[in-house]
Design a protein around this ligand. Structure first.
Ligand code: ZN
Length: 468
């Protein structure tokens, strides 16, 4: 399994900190406006990464925050004459609804800044104690960039560049222009929280250092976000976490390319963001989801409505095939023909594409090739066998990539009956072989997907957590 790491700028073999586990922190959204298409790309990417790890037998811990207080939220709430909380709640709900439509699994934890102010203050105090940060008479706290020897290595920027590279906040109190805010004093009338430095609110970067380590520990496996977050957000997060813990927080930094529209970065603040809600009203969520996966995650994706519609027509062939085969039985014969052999080994190839830095574009191409093999089998007079494999393979592909327009309730990586049954019998075999570690791993994977194993006199059966 190879993953590209933005810090070392190379693909590296994935070696988890704890064998069989993968811990993931992804920077979440700032809910000050409607979700746009740019939010969907990292969400769908990380959903596939998560499903892939689950399929590979890993126990996944995934944390994605909400930046539910920041300058943009405060300004927008004032404009609308509503509270910061109401504005953030509204847009967090919209975001979550859109993610459900896209069949994005929820993170294990979705912490919010406003619920983490006390630990953020403790973290900042410790940085001040260590000489890594300082407070100013105005009640702001800044991180001391020249106390961070490795600063700039993630983004490849030198501290000297910062004078021109960053929008300098108008503070006379900074020791160095590149120093960045950990705590910002609030003016009267603005939302704020009490702190040892007076009323204020956390700076943007500190929240991720605090929340990632609160939920995942000082070091975790993968840190995600768009490439636009490399500087200053992730550079600063890296500096803060290293200053606090003495170790680099993430083993591997995974950055997705941006969605452009007419080659310009898509963002709400640039005014060219396409509303996710409007788009999901017009196109099938699964067409959009797979379209986002059709380009390698590190490349930019230049959005066009025509390309999306073309893509959707291509996917319709896959969905039509699923409609035709969804009720057929399992293949009853094994054939020597190349198409039949390829159908049998489809999942191996599918997972191999994802082993190579999550190459979802290649994975989708494998699905199209699989559909062609099914047609070959049909033409060769073996429709029943070909359809049997088509059903199995489409469900397997769906489990990892999420490709079929299934009801939103079936958005679970292991929700399909046959896959559940397979996992259950695998666990039984492991128990019979006294391989309790494997049996337990399977139990955990099932539990993660919302299923509990109940041992009954007639053998084990699965109970959905919702039925308990
Ligand atoms: Zn972040």
């Amino acid at each position: 399994m190879m993953i590209y790491d933005s810090l070392t700028r190379q693909k590296r073999p994935f070696e988890p900190i704890v064998s069989g586990h993968v811990s993931i922190y992804v920077c979440g959204v700032t809910p000050y406006a409607e979700s746009h298409l740019g939010h969907a790309r990292p969400a769908v990417l990380w959903d596939v990464i998560k499903r892939y790890f689950i399929r590979r037998g890993f126990l996944v811990h995934h944390v994605q925050n909400f930046t539910d207080i920041d300058d943009k939220i405060v300004a927008r709430a004032q404009e609308l004459g509503i509270s910061v909380t109401d504005l953030a709640e509204r847009h967090m709900k919209e975001y979550t609804d859109a993610m459900n439509q896209l069949r994005v699994l929820p993170p294990d934890y979705a912490p919010r800044v406003t619920e983490n102010v006390t630990p953020i203050n403790q973290f900042i105090e410790e940085l001040i104690n260590k000489g890594k940060a300082y407070s100013t008479p105005a009640g702001d706290v800044y991180f001391r960039v020249d106390q961070s020897p490795g600063y700039g290595r993630l983004s490849g920027r030198q501290v000297e560049d910062q004078r021109v590279g960053v929008r300098i906040e108008s503070s006379e109190d900074k020791e160095h222009p590149a120093d960045f805010a950990l705590w910002k004093s609030s003016t009267a009338g603005d939302p704020g929280f009490p702190s040892p430095w007076g009323r204020g609110r956390p700076g943007w970067h500190i929240e991720c250092s605090v929340m990632a380590s609160r939920y995942l520990g000082p070091q975790f496996d993968l840190h995600g976000g768009g490439i636009d977050l490399i500087f200053p957000h992730h550079e600063n997060e890296l500096a803060q976490s290293e200053a606090y813990w003495g170790v680099s927080p993430a083993r591997c930094w995974v950055h997705n390319g941006l969605i452009t529209h007419g080659s310009i970065k898509m963002s709400k603040s640039l005014g060219n963001g396409i509303s996710l809600r409007e788009l999901l009203d017009r196109v099938s969520p699964m067409a959009l989801r797979t379209y986002l996966l059709s380009v390698h995650y590190r490349s930019p994706l230049d959005f066009s409505q025509d390309a999306l519609l073309d893509w959707s027509r291509g996917m319709a062939r896959v969905w039509d095939l699923y409609e035709r085969v969804k009720d057929v039985g399992s293949p009853s014969e094994r054939l020597d023909q190349p198409w039949a052999q390829r159908l049998e080994s489809f999942e191996e190839r599918l997972l191999a594409t994802l082993d190579d830095d999550f190459n979802t574009a290649r994975a989708l191409a494998e699905i199209y090739e699989m559909v062609r093999d099914v047609h070959q089998g049909e033409a060769a007079g073996h429709a029943a066998t070909a359809y049997g494999w088509a059903r199995i393979n489409l469900l397997k592909a769906d489990q990892v990539l999420g490709i079929l327009p299934l009801p939103a309730t079936v958005n679970d990586p292991v929700a399909h009956d046959e896959i559940l049954a397979e996992l259950l019998s695998w666990r039984q075999e492991a128990r019979q072989d006294k391989d309790f570690a494997t049996a337990d791993r399977i139990r955990v994977v099932l539990a993660q997907a919302g299923w509990t194993i109940e041992d009954t006199p007639s053998g084990p059966r699965l109970v959905s957590r919702e039925d308990l």
